[in-house]
Design a protein. Structure first.
Length: 387
């Protein structure tokens, strides 16, 4: 098969149709929920909000037809205090008409993309494929591209928000009575209170403090992303364009605060914590459900070093959860390895989709990560491996 690899052609109507067909294929062959419904706007937003370098978002063409996509974003991070560059790969999409040729298409995409990443002087590449969805791709990347499993499961954590969240899930997922009753048991909201101050939407004046809180993870974790103020501003501004999205369920869920939010805990002018979230919709078996995706969560050093720090953390997150009650059905905390204790105490559970962390070293510095054998606590950018 003659496969041509080149930078992605920005025909978002075409790509949206491709990604929708891929989601249907996952549903029909693997009992996966449809998830986000791709349209031209959301497809463009998804790619632009993740991939800043157009030369690192590639397409595979066969007979002048796009049959696959794969992209990468390079970020800065620190491993045990040492500065590094990492490339996260994702948005793999294989045209269902070429499903049987998927390994060859992935090979061509990954070979070209990894070569381009190496020229950007990245120290390592990582990805986060779901085992039930991407087992063939995981095995292929391990065997043919020497990627190493650094953690067998870094699944996200989820929380149903009260009986109303269960009702939303029941209607969208066709839960039976027994399943719905079982879900109600774990959907209860914890009654932890905020220890003073208020939670408010962040302003640009807060961004330097937020960046510092996020970068402080390098002091506590073996591997953590680092941000510049300009990167954080750019990313946040791109995420805020979600307010223009045509949410299909907006009429059904009139009070849901769709879009992107960055919250801070302000205690008399001191920022004690921050949490960002995309509040979106996903399509399940028979309907939509509003869902919040928690992304960047960080606390001040005062909270981290406080003997009562866990109670303070629970109060902050629980207050945000209660503010979303009756407007959001499920919260999904993406890549929560750096905060799983506080999430666990608030009733978050594993989402039951085993997610691997795969890493490929590109440098002597990158080899140190591989030599560590396993990454337990880390804070990195999350990108869906498959569309």
């Amino acid at each position: 098969m003659d496969v041509e690899i080149q930078p992605l052609t920005r025909d978002f109507e075409y790509l949206a149709d491709l990604y929708r067909r891929i989601r249907v294929k996952f549903r029909d062959t693997m009992d996966q929920d449809i998830g986000t419904i791709y349209d031209a706007f959301f497809t463009e937003f998804s790619l632009d909000s993740v991939f800043s370098d157009p030369e690192l978002v590639l397409e595979a063409r066969v007979d002048d037809k796009v049959v696959g996509t794969l992209g990468a974003e390079i970020i800065s991070c620190r491993f045990k205090g040492e500065p590094m560059k990492a490339a996260v790969i994702g948005f793999l999409g294989i045209d269902p008409d070429y499903w049987d040729e998927g390994a060859e298409i992935l090979d061509r995409l990954a070979t070209e993309l990894f070569s381009r990443i190496a020229k950007r002087e990245a120290d390592f590449i990582y990805c986060l494929p779901i085992a039930s969805k991407n087992t063939p791709e995981i095995e292929f990347l391990k065997e043919h591209h020497k990627m190493v499993v650094m953690n067998k499961n870094v699944e996200g954590k989820i929380k149903l928000l009260g009986k109303e969240g269960v009702d939303m899930l029941r209607d969208a997922r066709n839960l039976n009575v027994v399943e719905a009753q079982a879900a109600r048991i774990v959907a209860r909201l914890k009654n932890h209170e905020l220890a003073g101050g208020t939670i408010r939407e962040a302003t640009p004046e807060d961004y330097p403090t937020i960046v510092k809180l996020l970068n402080d993870y390098t002091k506590r974790l073996d591997l953590a992303r680092t941000w510049t103020l300009e990167e954080f501003k750019k990313y946040t501004n791109e995420m805020m364009t979600l307010e223009k999205r045509d949410y299909k369920s907006r009429e059904q869920f009139k009070d849901t605060p769709f879009g992107y939010h960055v919250w801070v805990w302000d205690d008399d002018g001191e920022i004690k914590a921050t949490l960002s979230s995309e509040i979106s919709e996903i399509y399940m078996v028979s309907g939509y459900i509003p869902m919040a995706f928690f992304q960047n969560l960080a606390f001040s050093e005062d909270i981290e070093s406080n003997p009562e720090g866990m109670e303070l953390k629970k109060g902050f997150v629980a207050t945000i959860l209660r503010s979303l009650h009756k407007t959001v059905g499920i919260v999904n905390a993406l890549l929560p390895q750096y905060a799983e204790k506080v999430l666990g105490k608030l009733g978050f559970m594993g989402e039951q989709r085993t997610t691997r962390l795969l890493v490929k070293s590109l440098s002597i510095k990158g080899n140190k990560i591989i030599e560590s054998k396993k990454l337990r606590k880390f804070y990195l950018m999350f990108v869906d491996f498959s569309v």
